[in-house]
Design a protein around this ligand. Sequence first.
Ligand code: FES
Length: 176
Amino acid sequence: MADEGTTRRGFLKTATVAIGGAIGALAAVPILRTFFHPVGTRVVTSPEEPVDVLAESDLVPGAAPRRVEIRASRLRDGWSSQEDVPLGAAWLRKSDDGEVQAFSTACPHLGCAVGFSAEEDQFVCPCHRSGFALDGERLYGPTKRGLDPLPVEVEEGRVKVTYVRYQLDTSERRRA
Ligand code: FES
């Protein structure tokens, strides 16, 4: 009888320790999560994601390129979250065969804003006079490469562009 009581007490003691330990471990999870934040925090919306910029019907094949601002609806890193963040801008055009192209407006020479000259029918950077063809090819000037193409997709009639920053003044196109 005494043995049975001892066994029961032993079981209850072990069960109490186990349950207490489990509750303690569960309570520690949020504390550890707070302590290790932002390790492992997933970037939900970042410049890597395509941004909806305009309707595909706004681009006419063969017409002059259109400049669009690219803004992230939300930009989040491990430490902060901001809304409606300007990322940069792009020149968009639709070629005669209907292909939508996007180029960063940042001059690959030293980063000035590239404009479009309707007179010359080409992109021009006013800072040190670099010129680029409609397809982004380098024409003249100190720039070592053509305009930087940006990933573009057309989905359900909307044009979406992914903004990418590249290193400046290099002939090879490398992400910044
Ligand atoms: S920054 Fe464009 S030509 Fe120098």
